[in-house]
Design a protein around this ligand. Sequence first.
Ligand code: X2X
Length: 339
Amino acid sequence: MTLSRRTLLQASATGAALGTFHIGLGKAQTAEFTYKYAHNLQVTHPVHIRATEAAEKIRQETNGRMVIQIFPASQLGSDTDMLSQVRSGGVEFFTLSPLILSTLVPNASLNGIGFAFPNYDAVWKAMDGELGTYVRGQIGKANLVVMDKIWDNGFRQMTSSKGPINTPDDLKGFKIRVPVSPLWTSMFNAFQSAPASINFADVYTALQTRVVDGQENPLAIIATAKLFEVQKFCSVTNHMWDGFWFLGNRRAWERLPEDVRTVVARNLNAAATLQRADVEKLNATLRTELTAKGMVFNDTQAGPFREALRKAGFYAEWQKKFGDEAWAILHRATGGNLG
Ligand code: X2X
């Protein structure tokens, strides 16, 4: 009696376990949609951490119908490659700086005008408001899908292996890596630097081998991509704010049923909000950490840099390129910090 009851209990326990196993396996095997998401950051960066959480929630909330596989650190290719892949459908999702996106959607780079945003409050008001709506409209016209909430990259700072950047004069002749984007090249040409367009995937090596002497990125990237190993000086310039639009391939997006799309968009946008707070916190605390790792920091004044850009005709040139409508939107968003 005892035995048979135990046998029975064991059998049912095994059955339950097997059942769970089968359901679990079934989910993995029968995901209706398995989409790839590529980005250029390390797995320790808040973009990767929050996107991973969101992908797990999306899997759960769709009962396993939607699986998002994440490929960090430019594993599938550089930003330039991934932009063409997300257009063709080779990857379904991709996060990209608005400035690099401007190689496809020219006015996407509005937020990157030098020294435009005074602080994060102004950034989020703009990107969640009129400026963001305008840019997302432009992205839509280029036949890509974009989530409502932009993710944070941060205010960018300049690093160098040579010496600190204190004034615009220090940028003259400076061999600096910039991302592949006309606005970045134009800005450092205006400073009379020698900018080299290099995808992020190749930046660490370019610095290590001294192909370039410096680069510029927010502290969260200088830390997580370990650029402090190959750069000695960090000059706090806050020379532009940069983010990441969460892009999707349109055909892949339209293949998803409405209810799945809703779950995906809701979780990605919620993750962006959490990620913004993570980066803001990191960018405020990392100076101490990077100093402890041997980096030498200096503060700078925006005034002389902005004046150098103005004198070089940078703002006038970009006002013409963006057009009056777009420039007026930027003007309203930044309280007139445009030269
Ligand atoms: O390429 C960069 O420097 C980075 C990582 O900040 C961007 O994606 C624009």
